[in-house]
Design a protein around this ligand. Sequence first.
Ligand code: FES
Ligand code: FE2
Length: 443
Amino acid sequence: MKAQPYSGYLRRAVPTPDPELTQVGPESPCGEYIRRAWQPVAMLSELGERPLALRILGEDLVLFRDRSDRIGLLHRHCLHRGASLEYGIPMERGISCCYHGWTFDIDGTILSTPAEPPTSRIRDTRCQGAYRVHVHDGLVFAYLGPPETTPPFAVYDTARAGADAVPFAIRMPCNWLQVYENTQDPVHVVYLHTRISGAQFGDASGADQEIEYRQTPLGMTNVQTRRWGDHYWTRCTETILPNCNQGGAIWEAADKRKIFQRAAFTRWMVPIDDTNTLVIGWRYFSDDLDPQGLGDRSKVGRQSIDFIGQTEEERSYEERQRQPGDYEVLVSQRRIAVHALETLASSDQGVAMLRRMLRKNIRALAEGTAPVPVSAGPDGLLATYVQDTVIPAPPAAEAKLERERLARVGKRVADLVLASGQQPAAERRDWIDTQLTGAPPEA
Ligand code: FES
Ligand SMILES: [Fe+2]
């Protein structure tokens, strides 16, 4: 087909978005797939003595803490006549609906129906819908899948890598997939975050990069390798299926040798419904991750984080137009990005690969094959693959040779990072260092 100027009229129709990857409500194939993994649903700090109304995967829920300090996650509408339990009263045990006083335990069991005669059998025959919860490092997780397939709760090795984990939760008014697949679009870092909006995450991010995409036991990672001054910097930005992502230091200066430096954040793109997403996780703080002290943990929390371009509230519309960030590009792809209108190109290999992996798993589950959770190691930690490695570089060569070197460094670091998943978490860095020192890829 030939390019056709002034063709607006011919392209005025907007097709419907891809339902298989973007619809997440109850019984949708994608929603069912995401439900098979533990999902963070709130920061623990948001849960006071009053119940918290939540909407997750198109389902209205209420999170509460009873007076015995137990946390429950119930269907929001009372099974009696539907009043919202966000107006319920936390009891010594469970929560009481404000309308007729029916009281539900954290597992949904009816504890009392005070307006009914003592002979009533309702409590033996009905249960309020409830989900299991698990609190970890200041986040409340829930398992929203079939109870008989509850996977063990996995602690990622990045959560025990010596940094402080500070929870955050940011709402984005758009479909989950466009937020998620941005994490496998490393090319936008060079353009949006550096050359177009000015250096939002450090100058080194703007250097030309060689990229490859690798499958991991948990999903995939992109491997970005750049020259910065007299160093090579290889970054692995990780996708953990179905909807988690981990990234390296926000303002990586890439000016001194470092091996296998771990995540600056772990976050989940949790669908609220088809057109809203909760980006929730931990921002990690340590001197190694942020030697210049550019981060600010006091800014990390509800609808706020300490790096630019993640919310609408942080800047004026004019500022956001002049220096757009992730929020602007993600939310502006329409409430649900329409894949049929896209022009996927060579820079979208990671996006295409992620969509393929998601589609394959969604279809497999719909046909009866559930995702198999990867087990933690003997140390109780699940090996993940996010990292930054910076090694000294020889003097720059001519362009073609330099690109070959970058690719070789990236490949070697990625091979070692993937292989190191077999080592105990505490030994991975030294193991990679030994291998790299023994056979330097930059030679
Ligand atoms: S609606 Fe909840 S007790 Fe009646
Ligand atoms: Fe970004």
